[in-house]
Design a binder for this molecule. Structure first.
Ligand SMILES: *Cc1c(COP(=O)(O)O)cnc(C)c1O
Length: 391
């Protein structure tokens, strides 16, 4: 059947109801036979926990990241929690975290009776910088959690320098940036998550490398830390039924690992598709008054877990409603600064109650549909809908 055309002979725009923030179904259909077989193989093998699929995914992810050790676990939040548990911190120790991030990055700090110290971020890249972190360091600071927000690396070299000078651990929250690469000052290119002492990532379905359920992983190059992380994730046991420390139970199941084994070889292609969509958005949106397309972090690639705009003048919610009416879904990541969350009110974390860039971003950011299956007709429709708001 011929593509329907409008009166000017242009391809007709897709029906707005088709547009999704994330399209996991089309991505699945492109590898259906492979995934179905991999899942069936696990079911037929009966090796649901710690089966061969988990071990092969672990090895493949180590190779992909160039990481010494990968410890798969149940989700990205657990990865962060296990990382902090393995560092031997004491209650009241301070951990520095950006205030503009997903709650998990700070939640695990508070959960472990440590003190989250929230700091501001760069209003153009949305990432925390060494200069945001430095003034927050005290004698009680033990660790920093840089979050590679929306899919590009924080500028890690100055953060690592600061950490070295103050003897701090660095735990990278790489949940949104798996697939991104950071170039160190000596020219060495590293996968995000492999620059600090520990990297943590998530395989939540909508992440760039998403499972069909929950999953996560921790990585480190430090042999001793790897042993501790493995032990903590497995009930604190080094030998079965001998528990050396209080740990938790956090596993990646074999079915999820089998699915991830199908998707990991495709991750770079998925990221490239996201980068193409981002380039289209950039090219067609950068001239609009009061609208800022996302700035690229120096020394990092961007894998666009999110494509996030800023719009000034208290117009963000109006733009969101305008797009909603046109059938274009958008999301606000994140509408509330962590220091303003009810959960942190009246806690040590509330020592900070206002950070100007974070405050600005909670009011100005809006994330557009972004996934590995974006096609040009959909992009053209979304861009047209946005441009009509400014007309
Ligand atoms: C998704 C995410 C997490 C948590 O991952 P889960 O697998 O959902 O627990 C942590 N930090 C950031 C920045 C995230 O985006």
């Amino acid at each position: 059947m011929a593509t329907p055309t409008n009166s000017q002979g242009h391809a007709q725009l897709p029906p707005p109801t088709n547009i999704q923030m994330v399209d996991l179904k089309t991505q699945y259909l492109a590898m259906q036979d492979e995934v179905d077989q991999a899942v069936l193989d696990v079911i037929r093998s009966g090796a649901f926990i710690n089966g061969p699929a988990v071990r092969s995914f672990q090895a493949s992810l180590e190779a992909y990241l160039g990481a010494g050790h990968v410890i798969p676990c149940a989700n990205g939040t657990d990865a962060l929690q296990i990382a902090l548990m393995a560092l031997g911190l004491e209650p009241g120790d301070e951990v520095i975290v950006p205030a503009f991030t997903y709650v998990a990055s700070a939640e695990v700090i508070a959960l472990l009776q440590l003190s989250p110290v929230m700091v501001d971020v760069d209003p153009r890249t949305f990432n925390v910088r060494a200069e945001d972190i430095a003034p927050a360091i005290t004698a009680k600071t033990k660790a920093i959690i840089p979050v590679h927000l929306y899919g590009q690396s924080c500028d890690m070299a100055p953060i690592m320098e600061l950490a070295r000078a103050h003897n701090l651990y660095v735990v990278e929250d790489n949940a949104q940036a798996i697939g991104a690469r950071y170039t160190l000052p000596d020219g060495e290119v590293r996968a995000t998550g492999t620059i600090g002492h520990i990297g943590c990532t998530s395989f939540y379905p909508s992440k760039n490398l998403g499972a069909y359920g929950d999953g996560g992983a921790i990585n480190t190059d430090d042999e001793a830390l790897a042993k501790t992380l493995t032990m903590v994730a497995n009930h604190g046991q080094s030998r079965r039924y001998y528990h050396d420390v209080v740990g938790c139970n956090s596993r990646l199941d074999s079915i999820q690992a089998a699915i991830l084994n199908c998707k990991l070889p495709r991750l770079d292609a998925y990221c490239a598709r996201r980068q193409q969509a981002a380039a289209y958005y950039d090219a067609h949106l950068q001239d609009l008054p009061g609208l800022l397309t996302p700035a690229r972090q120096a020394n990092s690639t961007h894998v666009f877990h999110q494509y996030t705009l800023r719009i000034d003048g208290d117009r963000r919610d109006a733009l969101q409603q305008h797009l909603q009416a046109a059938g274009v879904p958008t999301m606000i990541y994140y509408p509330v600064a962590l220091y303003d969350q009810e959960a942190f009110r009246g806690t040590a974390a509330n020592a900070v109650t206002f950070l100007p860039n974070t405050d600005l971003l909670t009011r100005e950011v809006i994330s557009l549909p972004m996934h590995s299956e974006m096609d040009e007709d959909t992009l053209a429709y979304i861009v047209g809908a946005i441009r009509s708001f400014f007309a």
